[in-house]
Design a protein around this ligand. Structure first.
Ligand SMILES: Cc1cc2nc3c(=O)[nH]c(=O)nc-3n(C[C@H](O)[C@H](O)[C@H](O)COP(=O)(O)OP(=O)(O)OC[C@H]3O[C@@H](n4cnc5c(N)ncnc54)[C@H](O)[C@@H]3O)c2cc1C
Length: 388
């Protein structure tokens, strides 16, 4: 069973909340109450139509609540903070059937917990109150590089860009082979002008990126968020084998592992999105339990083959490929071992203590004992009963 959660659940009940998709914007236009089943696409189009903005993830069909409560990375997190930083309050149905409102004054401990450990372990969230902003000027789109240029582009990026990215620019990258002979490396270019600033700085930064080696196919323009999301094709549902690591960044060592993976044409799909957390995304927020508040780059490895579930050969080939890439990445000294992001990296590559730290983990466990003493909500994440 699975929703958009890449990890899925093997037993239990999956609730389809997509009919909870209302958006009610406050009069001061600084917040909105959204139904907790709303998809990113629908939230973006309602907010954009009102001339407003809120940060979201890459994909139009991902559930906003699942994205935001788990962490919430995306093209705007360096400028506006993560999804967890947007949550002002929530309404949820708890294990004993109560409906509770959670905010800074009512159950503030639970508000802290759902900001980073909120996915399906406290109750069913029916609505979220989130921050809304005036619409920024956006320069947004993609730069795509040919495979032969990847090594030089990535090395140059690691040397000149990675450590000094402006907060208006997230720096997310996607490597994948949608067809066997045509691997793609895509930079998501999303420049969010600061309030009152012009978009010119974005064009200047785009010019700097044009100094990377090789020639990129550019699809970049001044569009609003909803129009950009409409241009992203919807991912097809397919069985995937998921692994992943978090690194200190796109270092030269990490880049050379990634480059090696596409030297041969491969009959298996491998998609490696990477979110880069810097700027506002790594500002400490003691009111959120989300722990990864230091610069890092997230590399989920999504591997699959259409016949993976029917054929043991493909299943083991996919598993072996993912194992090898993770091992090679871990052999660099740039992986933050065990540190994880539950929404995109599976338990096998995770140590819950390395991720949350003992103090936060003890606090989360005490809250779990209070709000869900019988463990009714056991299929979400993080799995607080794990010891590693
Ligand atoms: C194609 C794709 C693109 C993605 N892109 C990004 C990205 O750009 N940035 C990023 O950070 N992540 C990204 N993710 C990961 C995504 O954030 C997680 O998969 C997230 O959990 C999806 O939430 P969902 O509600 O769609 O999925 P679901 O499978 O429905 O839910 C995921 C988990 O959240 C819990 N949950 C969801 N809604 C509620 C609720 N209302 N109340 C209580 N628990 C709830 C569920 O119980 C489950 O444990 C992507 C995933 C996919 C498949």
């Amino acid at each position: 069973m699975t929703g958009r959660n890449l990890i899925g659940v093997e037993t239990g009940v999956l609730l389809d909340l997509r009919s909870l998709s209302s958006v009610s914007i406050a009069e001061d236009k600084a917040s909105a109450i959204v139904g907790a089943g709303i998809l990113t696409r629908d939230l973006a189009s309602t907010i954009t139509a009102a001339g407003l903005f809120t940060p979201i993830g890459w994909h139009p069909m991902v559930g906003y609540a699942g994205w935001a409560m788990g962490g919430g990375y995306g093209m705007f997190s360096s400028a506006y903070g993560l999804g967890v930083d947007q949550i002002l309050g929530a309404r949820l149905v708890t294990a004993d059937g109560s409906i509770i409102d959670v905010d800074e004054t009512s159950h503030p401990d639970l508000l802290w917990a759902i900001r980073g450990a909120g996915n399906g372990i406290w109750g069913v969230v029916t609505q979220l109150k989130i921050k809304i902003y005036p619409q920024p000027k956006l320069l947004i789109g993609t730069l795509q590089y040919q495979k032969e240029d990847w090594p030089l582009v990535m090395m140059d990026w690691a040397e000149r860009f990675e450590a000094n990215l402006p907060i208006e620019f997230a720096g997310d990258i996607y490597l994948r082979n949608p067809t066997i002979d045509r691997p793609e490396m895509t930079f998501f270019f999303a420049w969010c002008a600061k309030p009152g600033e012009d978009i010119e700085l974005g064009y200047e930064f785009l010019d700097r990126m044009r100094s990377l080696p090789g020639s990129a196919t550019e699809r970049i323009s001044e569009v609003d968020l909803a129009s950009f999301l409409r241009s992203i094709p919807s991912a097809q549902s397919a069985p995937v084998h998921l692994r992943g690591v978090i690194t200190t960044g796109l270092t030269k060592a990490v880049a050379s592992v990634l480059n090696r993976q596409w030297n041969e044409p491969r009959p298996l799909y491998m998609g490696i999105p990477s979110h880069f957390a810097h700027g506002q995304a790594v500002q400490p927020n003691p009111k959120a339990c989300f722990p990864l508040r230091y610069p890092h780059r997230l590399f989920p490895l999504v591997c699959s083959h259409p016949d993976m579930l029917k054929d043991k050969y493909f299943e083991s080939a996919v598993t072996a490929m993912a194992d090898r890439v993770v091992r090679e990445l871990k052999d660099t000294t740039d992986v933050l071992e065990g540190v994880s992001y539950g929404s995109l990296i599976p338990a096998i590559d995770t140590e819950i203590t390395a991720t949350f730290g003992t103090e936060a983990l003890n606090r989360l466990r005490a809250l779990k004992a209070l709000y869900d003493p019988t463990g009714l909500f056991s299929g979400g994440y993080p799995a607080l009963d794990r010891t590693t």
